[in-house]
Design a protein around this ligand. Sequence first.
Ligand SMILES: NC(=O)c1ccc[n+]([C@@H]2O[C@H](COP(=O)([O-])OP(=O)(O)OC[C@H]3O[C@@H](n4cnc5c(N)ncnc54)[C@H](O)[C@@H]3O)[C@@H](O)[C@H]2O)c1
Length: 277
Amino acid sequence: MDLSEKTCLITGAGTGLARAMALGLAEAGASVLAADIDTAGLAETEAKAKGVAGRVIAHQLDVRDQGQGEAAVAHAIATFGHLDMLVNCAGLGPVYMKRNFIEEPLRFWDADPERWWNMIAVNLRGPFLLARAAAPHMIERKWGRIVNITTSFSTMIRGGNMPYGQTKSGLEAGSASWADDLRDSGVTVNVVIPGGAADTGMIPLESMPDRSKLVAPQAMVGPIRYLASDQSNGVTGKRFVAQFFDPQHPLDAPGCAPVAWPDLASGASKGLGEGTR
Ligand SMILES: NC(=O)c1ccc[n+]([C@@H]2O[C@H](COP(=O)([O-])OP(=O)(O)OC[C@H]3O[C@@H](n4cnc5c(N)ncnc54)[C@H](O)[C@@H]3O)[C@@H](O)[C@H]2O)c1
């Protein structure tokens, strides 16, 4: 897939899933502004991108800050000439609330209110601020992509990980709502999830020493390349489960369904099990 005309701003790209997506897009020729609060991680991402067909440019960004978000969008447009795609991937996981959340789930009455608020700011307000900054430019160009990384439905409602599930269900609902706002504009809004716990720092090594059962970050590359390309023109309000993505049949595979909750019944009838929806 040739993405050499495409440009992307991706948050959380200092490590994990966003780094894999940034590199995957750049390998296909795209120009990527890789944003993260963590400059050391960004330097590593940039170093890994040496020799790829496209470009990866590191940009420090705290997604909680409205001014920094607007400046990041403006920087991408100034550097690349335009901005095609925004991927909201930066996030704080349950591990931020409690290191050993897998062995000893965090009950809501034990959750620290300041950390609760900070997670809302990063996972929910950050994507809104960036999408708000990028949408007018995309609408004017009549072409654009907003991709939000949420999580499996079972994770959204499971006890023991306040408020991670709430931030992701909020972003999932927001994605459906934004897709509706942008209907017929040429700008699409879709969700991508790995489809299970993924092999990143969000799942602590000491809690899960056997990483073989985790989803590889590389699984995110297929759907994000598809969404960056003209192949996905008009595809909006969808939810792609990365580990079941089929590049030959992106919309017919069990890994694709409408975003959010309207089709739980049809999702079940497609054989989607717990953890995939
Ligand atoms: N790993 C999983 O199992 C899993 C499963 C489903 C969904 N997700 C989602 O995928 C996304 C990426 O997760 P990951 O597994 O790569 O996690 P990760 O912890 O490896 O990476 C998260 C990145 O977000 C960055 N970040 C945190 N706060 C920030 C801020 N204020 N501003 C800018 N950047 C900030 C971190 O520096 C880090 O580089 C998250 O939104 C997560 O919720 C992860």
